[in-house]
Design a binder for this molecule. Structure first.
Ligand SMILES: Cc1cc2nc3c(=O)[nH]c(=O)nc-3n(C[C@H](O)[C@H](O)[C@H](O)COP(=O)(O)O)c2cc1C
Length: 334
């Protein structure tokens, strides 16, 4: 969970017996190295690090200008102006040589990819370094590509899932398969071990994923409310309020579809009626607006990613949450 996961959160999850993950998409190689080192100071157990493998959008100055001018009235509400130009704020792992070199040196036990697959040489190098490799798939063709590329397992991310949807091509038609249908499809047809993700909030739901043939379950939203996450107070409040019952998929914040809690920004995205400037440049504008609003004390423009079952999130320490999930799995057995 890039932007929300912390070394403290990942380490607590690892120490409690699950596989903790660090979202590295928003940091450079030096930042990632420091985060991994902080986890390793706290635990010797296996760690998963996650990278974004997006194909950066083609620059489109006309689209960018139109988008920024549509956002300008929102910025002015907070006494500021939109940025003059948009930057591709997240470096794709496709072109991040420093990140690859760092990973080959520190060798995290598990490396997972979101939004696509790296080049064959990068996959080969990470495998030779002993890393287990995972990739998100939202469809059977994406899972087949993951298998052909040599992934060790696939994360079946259903439409219910919080955060960015891992589709390889955000401009292609999307069948929006739910976690149940996608998990079963990939278990039967992908030829890879499957990790189910999307709307799983408690031990009974994990058990249901395993009953579908998944080898494991991946939970995101369930851990946002943990004190070890970096979610701010407004995010935590919203997660336990009425908005959590009405999550929406929006591309207006970042330029790629992502599920989160509804607010003024997502509603603006529903009525703006313009093509966004693609990922991650749209997120540069989005983050600038979010920061301007927050500085003015307005929480209505935050990126509060959350899945369809967000209402079931529990604000408890991560280790306690893992223990609770395991106990719930045992209680719901048979
Ligand atoms: C706040 C948040 C941030 C996320 N960031 C990432 C990320 O950086 N990389 C990734 O592969 N998935 C990310 N996801 C998606 C999760 O990996 C997973 O697919 C999703 O959380 C599962 O659905 P759930 O939230 O209903 O549990 C994120 C999800 C959330 C809620």
């Amino acid at each position: 969970m890039a932007g929300v996961s912390t070394p403290e959160l990942a380490a607590a999850v690892c120490e409690a017996g699950a596989l903790g993950s660090l979202g590295l998409a928003a940091v450079d190689a030096a930042g990632a190295r420091a985060m991994i080192a902080q986890v390793r100071q706290r635990t010797a157990r296996p760690l998963n690090v996650n990278l974004f493998v997006h194909t950066p959008a083609e620059p489109s100055p006309a689209r960018e200008a139109a988008w920024l001018s549509a956002m300008a009235p929102l910025f002015r509400e907070f006494g500021t102006e939109p940025p003059a130009a948009l930057r591709p704020i997240y470096t794709s792992f496709l072109e991040d040589d420093a990140m690859l070199a760092m990973l080959l040196e520190v060798r995290p036990q598990v490396v997972s990819f979101h939004f696509g697959l790296p080049q064959a040489e990068r996959i080969g190098a990470l495998k030779a370094a002993g890393c287990v490799l995972l990739a998100t798939a939202t469809s059977l063709p994406e899972a087949a590509a993951a298998k052909a590329a040599g992934m060790d397992a696939v994360v079946a991310q259903g439409w219910e899932a919080g955060g960015h949807r891992g589709v390889f091509d955000p401009d292609a038609p999307d069948d929006r398969l739910g976690t149940l249908a996608l998990t079963r499809l990939l278990v039967l047809r992908s030829g890879l071990p499957v990790i189910a993700a999307g709307g799983i909030m408690d031990g009974r739901a994990i058990r249901a994923a395993l009953a579908l043939g998944a080898e494991a379950a991946q939970l995101g939203t369930a851990f946002v409310g943990c004190p070890e996450s970096s979610a701010d107070a407004a995010y935590r409040r919203a997660l336990s309020g009425p908005a959590a019952q009405h999550t929406v998929m929006t591309a207006a914040l970042s330029g790629r579809p992502a599920r989160g809690l509804p607010n003024r920004f997502t509603r603006w995205g529903e009525q703006v009626g313009l093509p966004h400037p693609g990922y991650p440049k749209t997120y540069d504008a989005g983050k600038a607006l979010i920061a301007a609003a927050k500085a003015a004390g307005d929480d209505g423009f935050a990126a509060q990613w959350a899945g369809q079952a967000a209402t079931l999130a529990r604000a408890m320490p991560a280790a306690e949450l893992v223990t609770t999930l395991v106990a719930e799995m045992a209680e719901s057995a048979g």
